[in-house]
Design a binder for this molecule. Structure first.
Ligand code: SAH
Length: 237
């Protein structure tokens, strides 16, 4: 009996096309996201394999309005409304790596914004608490994170200056708005052995990313890492 290879080849080609179409329909930005990690993050020296994996996983385009989705994987911050922005992908990855996130840890974020940084952390630690001062942003981030299936993130609408005392102490704290000084309640809510990453400086002036470490004996040290530009940390009424 003659065997015709052609139909098999056609069948396989059809299957592959279908699989590709399904993959693209699921996430048309998969390729852009992988390129973002290689070209912007790995190339600038972020090495933590779990952090890189989280950056490869979280669908950044879902954290901006649909008309900006095509820009979501670019090498710049993105507007999210109310004069606020999500940091550039590299800055998110760099700050996350500085926290040295471990699977069993609990972390606090001040400045939920779109929820993107919280989602990246949620891929890496057991529980994330995040505080946003603009109610509309906090509400939409909460909804978005819920729709994306994140079950280990709690969003609170409040002035993050005071931290989240009921959930403290935290293994790590990340602040994504520039404060004129490090809020003392946040230092207090850091576990011995914990780390905080915070941009410090005036709203429009020279800001620096600062790493705060609390030693096992409670001694606090700070290290200035690099100049940055963040939206201002504002105070509640
Ligand atoms: N991490 C966010 C980016 C946030 S931009 C993301 O991944 O999308 C900084 C955010 O900090 C803004 O949404 C701003 O409203 C918020 N913010 C500023 N001051 C704050 C404060 N005192 N408490 C809580 N959030 C604050």
């Amino acid at each position: 009996m003659a065997v015709h290879p052609v139909p098999t080849v056609r069948y396989l080609a059809g299957l592959i096309t279908l699989a590709l179409a399904v993959a693209l329909a699921q996430d048309p930005f998969e390729t852009a996201r992988q390129a973002m990690v290689e070209n912007q993050i790995v190339s600038r020296g972020v090495q933590d394999a779990r952090v890189l994996e989280a950056m490869r996983t979280v669908p950044r385009h879902q954290f901006v309005s649909p008309d900006r989705a095509a820009l979501a994987y670019g090498d710049y911050p993105l507007e999210i409304g109310f004069g606020q922005t999500i940091s550039q992908p590299y800055v998110v990855a760099y700050m996350t790596e500085l926290l040295q996130p471990q699977p069993e840890q609990v972390m606090l974020e001040i400045g939920t914004g779109s929820g993107y940084q919280a989602a990246v952390l949620a891929e890496l630690v057991a529980q994330v608490y995040t505080i946003e001062i603009i109610p509309e942003l906090g509400e939409s981030a909460r909804l978005r994170l819920e729709q994306l299936g994140y079950q280990n993130i709690q969003v609170r609408i409040a002035d993050g200056w005071f931290g989240w005392p009921e959930a403290a102490p935290f293994d790590g704290i990340i602040v994504t708005a520039a404060a004129p000084q490090i809020p003392p309640p946040l230092i207090e809510q850091l576990k011995p052995g914990g780390r905080m990453v915070i941009p410090v400086g005036p709203p429009l002036g020279a800001q620096n990313l600062v790493l705060v470490e609390k030693a096992a004996d409670g001694t606090v040290t700070t290290r200035t890492l690099l100049p940055v530009r963040f939206v201002p940390f504002v105070r509640g009424p």
